[in-house]
Design a protein around this ligand. Structure first.
Ligand SMILES: Nc1ncnc2c1ncn2[C@@H]1O[C@H](C[S@+](CC[C@H]([NH3+])C(=O)[O-])CC(=O)[O-])[C@@H](O)[C@H]1O
Length: 323
């Protein structure tokens, strides 16, 4: 409950989100009761993170707390760095907390750069980020002056990383993380922009996922969809037999053209492929903050196939509207 008090206040005051009041609190009570064993230690780490008085933040061009060195001494900065390291692996970022640079597995800022120029300006929009990871993009959305941002992701580690960065950045805007699987969230038909980035290939039923995204949007609202694709025409879809680039729980990798057909089937309009690019080993790599293997270990020696023999990772960004 302690985590969700302000979120409940927010949805109680947002008429269009009041449909969530019936189901979400009971789902979150169940979540509280079934948290994994590491969560308690992550909670203790977050408790030890200092509250910064008058933090100066930068969210438009990066996620940064710029005046940390002026607020706490060198020794406390080292302590803070070791606390944050205990929340590893940090996959999405980077984050700059004064002299502490969280060099994450992904250069998520590069993806944001590819996306931001193609989407409806987020200023004053009500935004939903499905599969929000540790919330990196939520901070960037706030940097674009979105009115409110709700992220949904079942990972308890990412929820903890979000809470750590929220505490450090000292931000009390309407920005909330719901640690549940998206499929459990009732349709609200009210968001101005819904993001689904890096989630579709994890879904057993991608058409259902697209329909659920549509049903969170208001009429005319914008979907920003980012997912992995394979080369091919409208009829091409790869369903890997086992893993893909060593990832488990992956199901459908359509071509971009096939994905457009899926979106049409879900009645989206104004469908635009705005970017398609190969993922490089510079964008996804092992760092001090993510010490497990990364993309270069998941490709063959020529880097022209995954270790399983599939086409290497390529990602598309598509925008579309709910009619
Ligand atoms: N059922 C689900 N409901 C909601 N989230 C889920 C579900 N299943 C998995 N996830 C979450 O979806 C995210 C997929 S990563 C993309 C992160 C960010 N969006 C990015 O674009 O970097 C993949 C990637 O690395 O691209 C993870 O945070 C999962 O916990």
């Amino acid at each position: 409950m302690q985590y969700f008090k302000s979120f409940y206040n927010y949805i109680l005051n947002e008429k269009e989100l009041s449909v969530w009041i019936k189901d979400i609190p009971s789902l979150l009570i169940h979540w509280e009761e079934t948290k994994n064993s590491d969560f308690e230690s992550w909670k203790k780490i977050i408790k030890k993170i200092p509250i910064i008085q008058s933090p100066l933040t930068e969210l438009k061009n990066q996620v940064a707390l710029t005046n940390l060195s002026e607020c706490i001494n060198k020794e406390d900065i080292l302590k803070l760095e070791s606390l944050l390291k205990k929340l590893s692996p940090w996959r999405k970022g980077p984050f700059t907390f004064g002299p502490i640079k969280i060099n994450t597995e992904w250069r998520s800022d590069w993806k944001w750069k590819r996306i931001i120029r193609h989407i409806a300006p987020l200023k004053n929009r009500k935004v939903l980020d499905v599969g929000c990871g540790n919330g990196y993009y939520m901070w960037r959305m706030l940097g674009e002056e979105a009115r409110s941002i709700i992220g949904v992701d079942p990972s308890q580690l990412f929820f903890s990383q979000f809470n750590a960065s929220k505490k450090l950045l000292g931000i009390n805007n309407d920005i909330y993380f719901i640690p549940l699987p998206f499929e459990k969230i009732p349709p609200a038909n009210c968001f101005d922009t819904v993001f689904s980035m890096g989630v579709l290939y994890h879904r057993v039923s991608p058409i259902e996922h697209l329909s659920q995204l549509r049903d969170q949007l208001r009429p005319g609202g914008e979907l920003v969809l980012e997912t992995m694709v394979v080369p091919g025409d409208e009829t091409t879809v790869l369903v890997p037999k086992g893993r893909y680039a060593q990832m488990r729980n992956v199901y459908f990798f359509p071509s971009s053209k096939a994905l457009v057909v899926w979106l049409e089937k879900c009645k989206f309009t104004n469908i635009k492929i705005v970017n398609e690019s190969d993922t490089t080993i510079e964008e996804q790599r092992q760092t001090d903050w993510m010490k497990y293997n990364s993309l270069d270990s998941f490709l063959n020696s020529n880097q022209n196939l995954t270790v399983e023999g599939y086409p290497p990772p390529r990602r598309v960004i598509i925008t579309a509207n709910r009619p």
